[in-house]
Design a protein around this ligand. Sequence first.
Ligand SMILES: [Zn+2]
Length: 347
Amino acid sequence: MKAFKRFAKEKRAARLENVKKPFPKKHEVLIQVSHCGICGSDLHAWLNHKGYESVLSKVTFGHELSGTIVEVGDEVKKWKQGQAVVMIALQTKHETEDFFCKSGLPQLSHRRRVQGLHLDGGMAEFVCIDQEFILAVPENLSMELAALTEPLSVAEHCIENRTSIKEKDRVIVSGPGIIGILCAISARARGAEVLITGTEKDEGIRLTTARKLGFQTRTVGSNLPPLSDQLNTEFSDGADALIEASGAPSALAESWRSVRPNGVVTAVALYSRNLDFNMTPFVRKQIDLRTSYASASPDYIRAFKLLSEGKVNPKDLISTYPLENAEEGFKDSENLKVMKAMLICKD
Ligand SMILES: [Zn+2]
């Protein structure tokens, strides 16, 4: 079968290979992959960036997949052939005594692994997945939209569990990448008024998409007035919450200026550079500074609900590529030409 596989711990060292079709172990299911999104973390791993040293040198990428069960292992009782499923990307084998399993945050356990970085993932025609880490796709959902469940679950975890956003709240999302846009969609679904910020390089596709989706936007950068000076009366007292999804250290450092006293700032991005910033203004405004990482199955279930309700229009966000053209999808993602590149893995 065909698979888009990394072959060395080097920059852009991945190619389409012909590999042996996997065979499910007794607790696994074999999935025929339909769609598989290219995630920011796939891109970082492909570019061999700092912070991604744990990614195997030989591995099939892909954790944002939807597909159909074609075979089940001997001990699999819960699943059967023909069911449409998505994969849970961050995988921690359930252990009743594990503190993080008990807390409903298995993604924070040191035992976690990411399928598609630490074992073969879904940028292939077939993939084997442990029965514990799949979820059934609701009937009305297309396979294309279903492949957006994982990134949307990351946004859902951030908005539902790591902010206090409620109806009529004013929310700023800093960074119009796919996670930022999905956070904005999650916040709006809760009745919040959302404004999205980006830099001039985001004007090409990302901020245009944000506006097309009905969000107000502001462009920020070193040659432009600070965001706090660009806010209209609605936001001029400061936002109730700010989601930092850009990964730019300065955006986090300056976030206190655009948030009201006793507001919340949540960082959902990863930062490739160290932050050097003054904490005092955050303390004086008593701003709650939080982080949010990945997601767990309840977040996927809420993501399914938003997708089923039509809150996400795939045409605005997804650009598809056949599996054979995976490299082009990675290049377009790197060059910010697309919001979400998605591979079609099934002929
Ligand atoms: Zn992802």
